[in-house]
Design a protein around this ligand. Structure first.
Ligand SMILES: [Zn+2]
Length: 448
């Protein structure tokens, strides 16, 4: 039987398996859900891959206490390439229970989509791996390795710390990072670019204490007004991020993000317009973007008629590939200090710095993936960017500089990952499983 037909036959089983996985409330935060839920999920994953020939599959504890499922399976050609399959079994918390139209931990079909926490991110990708491997059977040249981590959504970095310390265990010619998805259902894509980020807290001090705004206002420097003036220099009137020394004119050459779709995805209110002088994809994936995450000052209710002596803001700067985070942080701080009016004291604290990521797309695995997507979807593979960061990709790239990293998966925009009413399109699971199977077949026999 042909692979496509075999995967179609395997879909009822994929649904049963995803149902079992969604029932396991594997939020990797003991304050919210019992840790046994994660443990059971890890063992569930371990068992399924053992049945598929990963004889050495086992759990490894990582630095943050989470357990990663790790294993391997030799191919029929010992000289063949090695592919590491990645996914994560932990999920985001359900958030607002009342906002869910179906029970978050019960797979429920509505209008052909499967709803439930983790149906897409990332349990849908685990089921995709299982369906692809079952459809292929044992006749596969590539050597397989597996890592399914247990704390991706927490940002506690368990696997990020584990990889460099166990470099040989996970070493591969190609890593399939299956935790992203297509631009839309049925439109195949690989994610080739991730933004980096810098978080900075800036504090402004102008006075030793609050002052009566009637007695002192007009001559005394106001820390909040100073902070606002400084923050205002970070964008121009069109909404472009303007930080001296950071290029804000780069353009995105991959798949564009249609503005109408972005308007809907982002939920703009009636008269609000998109910002920036570039296209949506330029603004999201090719240019720096600063966001004010929070401001410390008097709240409206409870504020007095007084001048603010001290104010602070927490800033998040996203940067595209090619921009060094430390240099971007320095440019941001420099501009804030330079823009500070009235001789106020300015201090800054760097909270976090993350590198951007760009995938190399000129290797044999990318070629094989492009062919597999074309055959599975009947359309060529597009290149997408993603505005967020996946720190693990930088760890993989640093640890294995010659390894090809390919970011794919079942998480398209309609999935609403990380939000209430997460769902997956079962056809995406089927077609992506077919893609993965075709890729593994082709890559195993392709010249390297
Ligand atoms: Zn994920």
């Amino acid at each position: 039987m042909e692979l496509r037909a075999r995967i179609a036959d395997l879909m009822p089983r994929a649904r049963d398996e995803l149902t079992e996985l969604v029932e396991l409330r594997s939020v990797a935060d003991a304050r919210q859900f019992p840790p046994e839920e994660c443990e059971r999920t890890a063992h569930w994953v371990e068992g399924r891959f053992r049945d598929l020939g990963f004889a050495d599959v086992h759990l490894e504890e990582t630095a943050d206490g989470s357990q990663a499922v790790i294993g391997s399976r030799p191919g029929t050609d010992p000289t063949g390439p090695t592919v590491l399959l990645y996914a994560h079994y932990d999920v985001q918390p359900p958030l607002d229970d009342d906002a869910w139209r179906t029970p978050p931990f019960q797979l429920t079909e509505v209008d052909g989509r499967w709803y439930g926490r983790g149906t897409a991110d990332c349990k849908g990708n685990i089921v995709m791996h299982l369906a692809a491997l079952r459809a292929l059977g044992d006749d596969l040249a590539v050597n397989l390795k597996l890592v399914v981590e247990g704390s991706e959504e927490q940002g506690t970095g368990g696997l990020e710390a584990f990889v460099p310390d166990h470099a040989d265990l996970l070493r591969a010619d190609t890593i399939l990072v299956c935790d992203t998805g297509n631009a839309a259902v049925g439109v195949p894509a690989a994610t080739v670019s991730l933004r980096g980020m810098v978080n900075v807290v800036v504090t402004v001090e102008a006075l030793t204490s609050e002052l009566h705004s009637g007695m002192f206002g007009g001559a005394a420097p106001d820390a909040l007004a100073a902070l606002i003036a400084m923050l205002a220099t970070l964008r121009d009137s069109a909404g472009n991020t303007t930080i001296a020394g950071l290029d804000n004119t780069q353009t995105w050459t991959g798949q564009p993000y249609p503005p109408e779709q972005f308007r809907t995805d982002a939920g703009l209110v009636g008269t609000a317009t998109l910002i920036g002088s570039g296209s949506v994809s330029d603004m999201l994936w090719a240019r720096p973007a600063v966001t004010i995450l929070g401001i410390d000052c008097a709240p409206v209710v409870g504020s007095a008629s007084s001048i603010t002596p001290k104010a602070a803001a927490r800033l998040n700067l996203r940067i595209p590939p090619g921009m060094a985070p430390e240099r971007a942080r320095d440019a941001l701080v420099e501009q804030l200090v330079t823009a500070a009016p009235w001789g106020v004291n300015v201090s800054t604290e760097t909270e976090a710095v993350g590198e951007p990521f760009r995938a190399a797309t000129d290797g044999p695995a990318y070629r094989a993936m492009g062919e597999a997507m074309l055959e599975a979807f009947g359309q060529p593979m597009a290149s997408l960017g993603q505005g967020g960061s996946i720190p693990l990709c930088n760890v993989f790239a640093d640890t294995y500089p010659d390894t090809e990293l390919i970011l794919i998966g079942v998480e398209e925009p309609q999935c609403l990952i990380h939000a209430p009413n997460e769902s997956v399109d079962p056809q995406e699971i089927a077609t992506m499983a077919l893609t993965e199977a075709l890729f593994l077949q082709r890559y195993g026999t392709s010249p390297r």
